[in-house]
Design a binder for this molecule. Structure first.
Ligand code: ZN
Length: 144
């Protein structure tokens, strides 16, 4: 079973402000910015070998990321691991009394299937599991 770190999610008030550090100081580049209306969030992806930084800016104050910012301020929001089978991870969680946050699985950026495990059951860090990028999305992106 291959598991890899997909991305590190960071809650920010403004992607326009936050990207300056990651681009100008770290030398990463924003590859895409996508609004996920159902989650009330705008997502900027900055890839690097072995993973990505995912900047999360709330579209509304009453969204999950909006409420996170209210409570904690900017900072580490979640770690995302790419797993072979999101559904199987959810079932393994159920088997061990680990609860998910919201609907699971649901649709994330890049056509991925995602699920979140509540930090209460994961020793304090919100953990996302995601499927590989949707192949159809890759094809559309490469124009083939
Ligand atoms: Zn994520």
């Amino acid at each position: 079973m291959t598991v890899r770190l997909a991305h590190v999610g960071i809650a920010v008030r403004s992607i326009v402000d936050a990207r300056i550090f990651y681009e100008e100081v770290l030398g990463l580049e924003v590859e895409s910015v996508e609004e996920i209306e159902s989650e009330g969030v705008k997502v900027a992806l900055l890839p690097f070998p072995g993973g990505e930084i995912e900047l999360l800016e709330p579209l509304r104050e009453d969204s999950p990321v909006g409420r996170f910012l209210d409570k904690h301020g900017e900072g580490l929001h979640h770690l995302s691991f790419e797993v072979p089978d999101v559904q199987r991870s959810i079932l393994a969680g159920i088997e061990h009394g680990v609860e998910t946050v919201g609907d699971a699985p649901r649709k994330g950026a890049e056509g991925r299937e995602i699920a979140f495990f509540h930090p209460l059951f994961t020793h304090g860090v919100l953990i996302e599991v995601c499927s590989k990028r949707n192949a159809a999305v890759d094809e559309a992106a490469s124009g083939s």
